[in-house]
Design a protein around this ligand. Structure first.
Ligand SMILES: Nc1ncnc2c1ncn2[C@@H]1O[C@H](COP(=O)(O)OP(=O)(O)OP(=O)(O)O)[C@@H](O)[C@H]1O
Ligand SMILES: [Mg+2]
Length: 333
């Protein structure tokens, strides 16, 4: 296995919220002790419910959120080593594609201008050479050269997301943080955009951090998957194992809540759904003590309320943080 391109080590991110000018400030721990690595040319899929801290991890990697503990290494070097200023090379190497291209693309700018700006922020290019480059990136995301003249509102959701990908690609990054890039698209467009990302990765050796709510979405694109619950990873491992044989009760719950076309799989999942609690996640301002999932977990006992579970290794590079793992596994056989 090659050296990681990105390593997130024990990352925690706190937000200090002020409630009125006299009240004491509250600390919201959005991310707590998260570690994972992404190898060159690989995808790490990060899943979890709304508010679990997925975007905050992405923002910390993009240096848009300040870690309160831990560090992030890119190519072996601490990204915070140079102080507040992010080196230009890092700003080029790490790009982002957000969920909603309508708000991340400038509505008054044509597609061509948006891409030209991205290119010129990192290297000199003008005239025919710049036009050729723009046509090249548009082609690589499946758009025609004439679409450079279009404005975001004249494009479909899928085309707009292709423009956002083209803008990221234009500066030749090594890692793209994809924060729910297909969540706003209909299912068939979702798979087209995911296939495009997979092809681009194969051609260019790109790495992705791919964030989604849904395990089914990350499954086809990810090599490894991390499942996040209230800011902590509860299960990490190779995609086929996490998806094919989920170990943590929360991973099982996430998987059971996804809808699939195959009626046999669907029947199996509806059976699993009936045995699982259907409650809302607790507030990250007051996470339950012990294992934060215990308030929603059918397996929880006193141990789970006591202390946070450590990671246990489960063959094939998988880590699972659950006190009751052995009992759960025994019952599954
Ligand atoms: N700038 C901020 N200031 C205060 N709290 C924040 C800030 N950004 C995020 N949070 C809080 O941190 C927690 C994690 O938020 P985050 O956006 O990372 O979740 P997420 O998993 O991306 O959710 P979603 O699926 O809805 O996008 C949430 O409780 C959120 O309210
Ligand atoms: Mg988010």
């Amino acid at each position: 296995m090659s050296a990681p391109l990105l390593s997130v080590e024990n990352l925690s991110v706190d937000f200090h919220l002020k409630r009125g000018w006299l009240a004491r400030s509250l600390t919201l721990s959005a991310v707590r002790g998260v570690s994972f690595a992404i190898e060159p040319g690989r995808t790490f899929g990060l899943v979890g419910e709304s508010g679990s801290g997925k975007s905050t991890i992405g923002r910390a990697i993009l240096r848009l959120a300040e870690p309160s503990a831990g560090r992030i290494l890119f190519d072996g070097a601490d990204i915070a080593a140079g102080g507040r200023r992010t080196p230009l090379a890092y700003r080029r190497d790490v790009q982002v594609v957000f969920q909603d291209p309508l708000s991340s693309l400038n509505p008054r700018q044509s597609v061509g201008t948006t891409i030209a700006q991205a290119i010129r922020r990192h290297r000199r290019s003008s005239g025919a050479a710049l036009e050729k480059e723009i046509a090249g990136v548009l082609d690589s995301v499946g758009l025609a050269t004439w679409q450079a003249k279009r404005h975001p509102h004249e494009l479909s959701g899928g085309q707009r997301q292709r423009v956002a990908i083209a803008r990221a690609l234009a500066v030749r990054p090594r890692l793209i943080v994809c924060d729910e890039p297909v969540s706003a698209l209909d299912v068939s467009t979702q798979s087209q955009v995911i296939n495009l990302l997979v092809d681009l990765q194969r051609e260019r050796g790109l790495s992705y951090l791919f964030i989604a709510h849904n395990l089914d979405v990350v499954r086809h694109i990810s090599h490894s998957i991390g499942v996040l619950y209230l800011g902590r990873l509860v299960e990490v491992g190779p995609a086929a194992r996490v998806y094919g044989a989920p170990a943590h009760p929360y991973t099982r719950m996430l998987l059971a809540s996804t809808l699939v076309a195959d009626p046999r799989v669907q029947a199996e999942r509806s059976r699993a759904r009936r045995t699982l609690p259907r409650s809302e996640p607790p507030s990250p301002l007051a996470p339950p003590p012990g294992c934060a999932f215990h308030t929603r977990c059918a397996w929880a006992d006193e141990t789970c309320r006591g202390g946070a579970p450590a990671f246990c290794a489960r063959g094939g590079d998988r880590l699972v943080a659950c006190h009751r793992l052995e009992e759960i596994e025994r019952c599954a056989h």
